[in-house]
Design a binder for this molecule. Structure first.
Ligand SMILES: *[C@@H]1O[C@H](CO)[C@@H](O)[C@H](O)[C@H]1NC(C)=O
Ligand SMILES: *[C@@H]1O[C@H](CO)[C@@H](O)[C@H](O)[C@H]1NC(C)=O
Ligand SMILES: *[C@@H]1O[C@H](CO)[C@@H](O)[C@H](O)[C@H]1NC(C)=O
Ligand SMILES: *[C@@H]1O[C@H](CO)[C@@H](O)[C@H](O)[C@H]1NC(C)=O
Ligand SMILES: *[C@@H]1O[C@H](CO)[C@@H](O)[C@H](O)[C@H]1NC(C)=O
Ligand SMILES: *[C@@H]1O[C@H](CO)[C@@H](O)[C@H](O)[C@H]1NC(C)=O
Length: 249
């Protein structure tokens, strides 16, 4: 008599404990949001639900740009438009493209996929070019996109990448999300990089590295090293203040 009741007591208390573990967090989760406030939009949840945007989502997380998007959507009246490259789009980039980008350039690349307003596809078909994105270069210049539409077709061009938009991931204001099958690479990224401050070449080694100064290199406007370094410095400063902003918020 004593044995079964002891074990059933244990079973009962285990069940109670389990129920408490399951129910208490659930109750908290349900009571957390203010009853009147609508659920804030979450770009991560939207991409996850759509599926096939893991790389974009991971980069949005790493760079914190995704949280900036969520914040802006929640706090602005203008809304936002996001061009979400598929996982295939990232896979089709020449290998090393992402790894070659500085953290600041990764932020720029992602912000280049964001317009600071909500636009329908129809809006974009008739919008006047060029269209400012959220991204700025090292010199503070705004990165732009061009849209061309005809019939139901909408193309977006960076100058080096052109892609047709076929699929809308999310269409309701304040956040439009459009699928792009290519990563929108800003034209600035494809311009030759400034010569890196690499250590002087090994006397014995062939002059394979440091190709930037090769006389055969295509003629490019000489930015001047000083200007480039200053630009990099500013980029770093704005990158840091960007991070600080996020910590403070
Ligand atoms: C961001 O990445 C961290 C670390 O990988 C992860 O724990 C977190 O859940 C991610 N957040 C989102 C919103 O995906
Ligand atoms: C969204 O904005 C409202 C009003 O500005 C603010 O109270 C709320 O905390 C914000 N929610 C999120 C998740 O940022
Ligand atoms: C990445 O950088 C390396 C070394 O500078 C260069 O050889 C390579 O072509 C770059 N790759 C891409 C895709 O830009
Ligand atoms: C869009 O791009 C496709 C493929 O590059 C091209 O054939 C078409 O003419 C373009 N349409 C518009 C409206 O620019
Ligand atoms: C974008 O459109 C503007 C205005 O029509 C034009 O001047 C510019 O050359 C276009 N750029 C690209 C990369 O198509
Ligand atoms: C150096 O640049 C020249 C011309 O731009 C190019 O043909 C060559 O492949 C480059 N070499 C390396 C090692 O990148």
């Amino acid at each position: 008599m004593a044995a079964p009741s002891a074990s059933s007591l244990i079973a009962l208390s285990l069940t109670t404990l389990l129920a408490a573990l399951v129910l208490i967090p659930a109750a908290h989760a349900q009571s957390a949001p203010a009853p009147t406030a609508p659920e804030p939009l979450d770009i991560f949840a939207i991409l996850k639900k759509a599926g096939g945007y893991d790389t974009f989502a991971r980069l949005l997380n790493q760079t914190r740009v995704g949280f900036q998007i969520n914040n802006q959507v929640n706090n602005s009246n203008e809304g936002l438009s996001v061009f979400a490259p598929t996982d295939n789009a990232f896979q089709n980039l020449p290998s090393g493209t992402l790894n070659n980008l500085s953290d600041q350039q990764k932020v720029s690349l992602l912000l280049y996929h964001v317009l600071p307003r909500y636009y329908t596809l129809e809006n974009l078909q008739t919008i006047s070019n060029p269209v400012r994105t959220q991204a700025t270069g090292q010199d503070g210049g705004v990165f732009v996109l061009n849209f061309t539409g005809q019939g139901n077709q909408l193309n977006v061009s960076t100058g080096v990448v052109q892609v047709t938009i076929y699929n809308t991931v999310r269409k309701d204001p304040p956040l439009a999300v459009y699928q792009v099958d290519k990563v929108l690479i800003p034209v600035d990224f494809t311009q030759p990089r400034p010569p890196t401050a690499s250590p002087p070449a090994n006397p014995g080694a062939p002059a394979a590295a440091g190709n930037g100064t090769s006389p055969g290199a295509p003629a490019t406007p000489d930015n001047g090293n000083g200007a480039v370094k200053k630009g990099l410095g500013l980029g770093l400063v704005s990158g840091i203040s960007f991070l600080c902003m996020w910590v403070l918020i």
